[in-house]
Design a protein around this ligand. Structure first.
Ligand code: NAP
Length: 233
């Protein structure tokens, strides 16, 4: 099987109309698209409870890229290429029955892509939806393929250790650990901006993101206690 970064991919963004999607996830994906680092066959699908259609969602996400993205304002051509085939479905993510229609919708959204398309479910939703959304995807049979389905959740996962274990237990009951990705948008950002402050043993400028990647691998550290206060808007 080809490497995951090259496989045809259906990227299913749950909470597609929300702040995280607009502010961080889609600008990051678009930056990858511009750098030709997305799989050649890549399609975005949005799920949310906002009354939108695909075109309105695309416009909303483009505004997010203009406002929050770090790369240049999307040209019409680049944006059209990135959002070609974009699909949107209204879905109440807290309703277990709502997920029944999802396999057919995703199959339709993936038309034209090879049958071996990998599906990435990115939960850009409040954490209280992580467990019900995972159970909904699981009971619809959407994460049973260990090689071709992935689930991404954003930290914080819950509000304390007990709620983390509760949510994480649901994730693990439906997926293999190799399928679960727990994303922290700010951790590496903080490390690469403030290495000397966070790691006084390393002189400023003595290491960059590549060696940071080595350090944050499971072989490079035994535990982490990051703390990064976020300014309120
Ligand atoms: N925003 C950031 O910059 C940021 C950064 C790092 C981590 N995070 C984490 O990422 C997660 C998402 O953050 P967020 O700020 O994007 O949250 P959000 O805007 O409150 O929610 C994301 C989207 O999910 C939708 N949603 C909520 N309940 C739903 C339901 N039952 N069915 C369908 N859609 C539903 C929301 O719709 P409504 O607007 O109608 O509620 C919204 O469009 C949170 O866990 C947060 O802690 C956020």
């Amino acid at each position: 099987m080809s490497p995951a970064t090259q496989r045809p991919t259906l990227f299913v963004l749950l909470g597609a109309a929300g702040d995280l999607a607009r502010r961080l996830v889609v600008p990051a994906l678009f930056a990858l698209h511009r750098s030709r680092m997305l799989p050649p066959e890549f399609r975005l699908v949005g799920l949310d409870r906002a009354p939108l259609d695909a075109q309105a969602l695309a416009e909303q996400l483009r505004e997010g890229c203009v406002r929050f993205g770090r790369s240049a304002t999307p040209s019409n051509g680049a944006w059209e290429a990135f959002t070609r085939g974009l699909a949107y479905q209204y879905l109440d993510l807290s309703d277990p029955d709502a997920y029944r229609s999802l396999p057919a919708f995703l199959e339709e959204s993936a038309q034209g892509l090879p049958a071996t398309v990998q599906q990435v479910f990115y939960l850009a939703t409040p954490a209280f939806l992580f467990a019900p959304a995972t159970a909904g995807l699981g009971s619809a049979g959407l994460v049973k393929d260990r090689a071709l389905s992935r689930l991404v959740v954003e930290k914080p996962i819950g509000s304390d250790l007990a709620s983390f274990h509760e949510i994480d237990g649901v994730l693990r009951s439906w997926l293999d650990e190799s399928q679960i990705f727990r994303m922290d948008h700010y951790l590496v950002d903080a490390w690469t901006r403030y290495p000397a402050v966070d790691f006084p043993n390393y002189p400023p400028g003595s290491w960059g993101p590549e060696s940071a990647e080595d350090l944050i691998s499971r072989d490079g550290c035994s535990w982490l206690a990051p703390s990064l206060p976020e300014p309120q808007p």
